[in-house]
Design a binder for this molecule. Structure first.
Ligand SMILES: [Zn+2]
Length: 253
């Protein structure tokens, strides 16, 4: 008797495949992360609300020293963006030639109440490109190709100005509705667009934290929720179904 792959596992394989065809390597790293890689290096200040006990799972009795000799705590990573820093550090440490082109699908964690659209554990995919010629227009092209391949129809995206500490400028990413292609339906709440992720040009401080010279190199990054993509694609209305272990769900994929 053969088993079934979970729909999230299938989605991660598909996402890796799509990015691979665009020249991006798939990487993953620690889910238990230090403060430096999860927050400081990503330009998230010490007093940022994301560090609050309310939002982050902090790990007791797991303290070490940061690069400056100060104490550093550990968290269950709140995003896959920690891999941006880890990959830049690796390139610099190994003297590898840029560009860096990676996608990082993986588990992330938030200390929050569970409901139909929120789980304490969920999945994100992060995309990072660092090169001398990285530009916003390239970023839009990569994101449009990614969603078009995943949802199986040509889609455009639009950017809305937003703020994330690790990008400047930062943008919310809206994807054209894959169902109605913009004319309005129940999935997009009649707007023709679906809010799907965040993106932007990598903040120079983040490049520097990764050991990259921000005068010579630029980067763009994008992140979005894999659970949400799966729920949209297959019309699943409650995220908890994806984690219930219910074979009646899994057997449909
Ligand atoms: Zn629609």
């Amino acid at each position: 008797m053969t088993g079934h792959l979970h729909p999230i596992t299938l989605a991660i394989a598909r996402i890796s495949d799509i990015f691979s065809k665009m020249g991006f390597d798939t990487v993953d790293g620690p889910e238990l992360e230090d403060e430096w890689h999860n927050f400081d290096a990503l330009n998230v200040p010490a007093d940022h609300p994301a560090r609050d006990m309310q939002d982050t799972f902090w790990i007791k009795d797991r303290r070490g020293l940061n690069k400056l000799g100060g104490e550093v705590g550990h968290v269950l990573r709140t995003h896959t963006s920690n891999m941006q820093i880890r990959r830049m550090e690796k390139y610099v440490a190994e003297g590898k030639e840029l560009p860096i082109a990676i996608c990082c699908p993986g588990k992330t964690f938030r200390n929050e109440a569970t409901d139909a659209t929120h789980e304490a554990q969920f999945h994100q995919v992060e995309m990072l490109y660092v090169a001398k010629d990285a530009s916003l227009s390239m970023m839009i092209g990569v994101i449009e190709k990614f969603f078009s391949e995943f949802f199986g129809t040509d889609l455009v995206v639009r950017l809305r100005s937003s703020y994330f500490p690790f990008v400047e400028p930062g943008n919310e990413v809206d994807m054209q509705c894959f169902k109605c292609k913009g004319s309005g339906c129940n999935i997009c709440k009649q707007t023709g667009w679906i809010e799907i992720g965040g993106a932007g040009m990598v903040h120079p401080k983040v490049l520097e934290a990764g050991g990259i010279n921000s005068s010579d190199y630029r980067g763009f990054a994008f992140g979005c929720g894999i659970d949400r993509m799966v729920m949209l694609k297959y019309g699943i209305e409650d995220i908890r179904l994806l984690y219930s272990g219910d074979l009646r769900v899994v057997n449909q994929f």
